[in-house]
Design a binder for this molecule. Structure first.
Ligand code: MSP
Length: 648
């Protein structure tokens, strides 16, 4: 088999987000494509990661009284844990934009573009969206956004990248040189549409006075670089650009998988950044659609009405309920790449029952049961080479078809094609009626039918491995062809296997039938299960009383206070909680002087895991109300409440 290479990347996810089904899909899709390429003998490099700079991270860290780096160190592993849960190939690479090698690559690129005059300084006044971390046009400004402080007017000097200089080149590239560069075509057309509008050059910096948490511009230490100029570079910094062999080896084979929401930076800024710097473009960019619920994009903040209308649990709970592999299967089978896909938990159950329980699961149990019943669980010999000729043809044509569909980015079609073989084989067993043949004494024909079906099942299983790795390994075990975890190869497909005499193992159904009514009742009975608002760490959490009662909130009295060295924000407080003295670190120094805070009664979370903040141990966290830069402590409204009293 010819050896090809592919370097597959996912977007790097904002570290502040709690991973949800959207992020999970991008990563599972990349993993499935990576696994298919490996199955067909290609060399694969697969990279995902975390986007760790920017205003939101800076703000969240400040609100928690920790440094942005500490915040990232705590939040980044949530993605890695999620990927482990979702069966993502363990050899994937995980890049963090706070790593030194990434920072160096970003600075090298900026320096090059600055040196050649493609980056210049200019002053700019405009509306800035705090939540999107970008300047927006007048038409995008809303009164409500201004009132809430999400949209602010900013006037400042900044650095700009001359995208206009290269825009005609990119139009020509997309139209004539490489029309298949951005897929699907509708997205390419969208980018062309953007490029034909009057464009302003791209602002690529933020003054440190406004945003500290970013990569410093190598030519002006008062500025950090804008989020996209940092994030996009991960695709080459992860390869060790500029000076690495890996870059030479892998970059020509790069495929960026992205969601359609980030088409503009990938389809427009990124090719221009690379071209201007004399770096070849990635091979391809593929934008997938969104998972929607009741027609709305799935995200961490889903409204409660939507949650009530279309209840779906968080991806980690779906995995617990249905298993990793079935959820991977659902996501791959259900979405046509490029289009949006609406989903609900009922739909998940329906699809899993149809394809996995009724078709694939049924074939596994039929074959193992019948071989057990009539052939003492040993695969019978295939005596008639023409038996099941159609099934055989379908099986032997399948690898090339699947490979082709994967190359065309149609994994859902690949699933369908494999399922066709499963259905055809089930149909063949029903037609042959091996049980009737065996009963009437024609064990040879019964054996031929079961030998054909077992061989077809092996084809199916091997070709489904990238989507259902653990389940397929179970199936292969049952049909006497076990493999080492994740070592499957299309080169192992052979119509002669499993050989006659191979021992099969009957077991419990691999894909048990799901009872939607019972599951629906369970969802209804557990209100915290509704919607994705329960995602770990999401700001819009709905919590149950049980969740809340896990917190041990106590009244404490501040005995002593001093500033933490080399910080503006942190106070080290010695506090008394009942009989106990403790030390906590609190991010309140900009609002309270040490003198002011001593003697106050405060509310603390007393059962928080101790943490080191700027090297100082903190044994709890105080509660305060914050609005913009103002912050006031939560305290007790008079009365005689002693320290140590619990808050409920
Ligand atoms: N950090 C940027 C990407 C930088 S890449 C150089 C970012 N991060 S993100 O955390 O918001 O993740 C965005 C990606 O998550 C989307 O591009 C998409 O791949 C995936 N999804 C998030 N919500 C989604 C859905 N509802 N449906 C499908 N995927 C979506 O943007």
């Amino acid at each position: 088999m010819a050896e090809n290479r592919i370097y597959i990347t996912t977007p790097i996810y904002y570290v502040n987000d709690a991973p949800h089904i959207g992020h999970s899909y991008s990563t599972i899709l990349a993993d499935v494509l990576a696994r298919y390429h490996r199955l067909f003998g290609d060399q694969v490099r697969f990279q995902t990661g975390a986007d760790e700079h920017g205003q939101k991270v800076q703000q969240s860290a400040a609100a928690r009284g920790v440094t942005p780096q500490q915040h990232c160190d705590e939040y980044s592993p949530r993605f890695q844990e999620m990927w482990e849960k979702l069966g993502i190939s363990p050899d994937h690479l995980f890049i963090r934009t706070t790593s030194d090698s990434h920072k160096q690559a970003v600075q090298a690129l900026l320096q090059k573009l600055h040196d050649q005059g493609d980056i210049y300084k200019d002053s700019y006044t405009g509306w800035y969206s705090v939540s999107d971390e970008m300047f927006i046009t007048d038409t995008e400004v809303t009164e409500e956004g201004k009132e809430a402080g999400r949209i602010i007017e900013v006037s400042e000097e900044n650095y700009f990248f001359r995208v206009n200089k290269y825009k005609d080149w990119l139009i020509d590239y997309l139209e004539n040189q490489n029309p298949g560069f951005i897929l699907p075509q509708t997205r390419r057309n969208e980018v062309l549409g953007m490029l034909r509008q009057p464009l302003s050059d791209l602002c690529i910096s933020r003054p440190k006075s406004r945003l500290e948490w970013g990569i410093e511009l190598p030519f002006d230490s008062d500025y950090v670089t804008y989020v996209w100029f940092d994030a996009l570079v991960n695709y080459i910094s992860g390869l060790g650009w500029p000076d690495s062999e890996d870059f030479q080896i892998w970059w020509p084979h790069s495929l960026h998988l992205i969601g359609k929401d980030i088409l503009k930076p990938h389809g427009f800024f990124w090719p221009i950044m690379l071209h201007a710097a004399g770096i070849p473009l990635p091979k391809q960019i593929l934008a997938h659609g969104w998972w929607t619920r009741g027609g709305h994009k799935e995200s961490k903040t889903v409204t409660s009405e939507l949650a009530a209308q279309a209840p779906v649990r968080h991806i980690s709970e779906l995995v617990e309920e249905y298993g990793v592999d079935p959820i991977r299967y659902f996501l791959i089978k259900e979405m046509t790449l490029g289009q949006d896909s609406d989903y609900s938990e009922e739909l998940i159950v329906h699809r899993l029952n149809g394809d996995l329980a009724n078709d694939l699961g049924n074939l596994v149990s039929r074959v193992t049961k019948l071989v057990k019943q009539y052939f003492d669980s040993k695969v019978p010999p295939l005596t008639d080479a023409n038996a099941g000729a159609e099934v055989r043809k379908c099986a032997e044509e399948l690898p090339a078809k699947v490979r082709g569909l994967i190359a065309e980015f149609r994994p859902n079609q690949a699933m369908e094609t494999i399922l066709e073989l499963v259905r055809r084989t089930n149909g063949y067993v029903a037609e042959c009626e091996p049980w009737a043949k065996a009963k009437s004494g024609d064990l040879t024909s019964a054996g031929d039918c079961l030998a054909v079906s077992t061989r077809a099942l092996r084809y199916t299983a091997i070709l489904l491995h990238p989507v259902l790795p653990r389940k397929v390994e179970e199936v292969l075990e049952r049909i006497g062809c076990p493999i080492e975890k994740d070592t499957v190869s299309a080169g192992d497909l052979d119509w002669n296997l499993p050989a006659a005499g191979t021992q099969l193992h009957e077991g419990k159904p691999i894909f048990p039938r799901l009872d939607w009514d019972a599951i629906a009742k369970k969802i209804e009975a557990s209100p915290q299960d509704q919607a994705s608002a329960e995602e770990a760490g999401a700001e819009t959490n709905l919590v149950t009383f049980d969740d809340f009662s896990k917190l041990d909130l106590r009244i404490a009295e501040v005995l002593e206070a001093e500033k933490v060295l080399k910080t503006d924000k942190l106070l080290r407080l010695q506090i008394r909680v009942g009989e106990e003295n403790r030390q906590i670190v609190a991010g309140v120094a900009e609002n309270y002087s040490p003198e002011e805070i001593v003697g106050k009664q405060i509310v603390i979370v007393a059962n928080l895991q101790p943490a080191k903040i700027r090297g100082v141990e903190s044994q709890g966290m105080l509660l305060a109300a914050r609005e913009g830069k103002s912050l006031r402590l939560i305290t007790v409204d008079g009365g005689n409440i002693p320290s140590g009293a619990s808050v409920s």
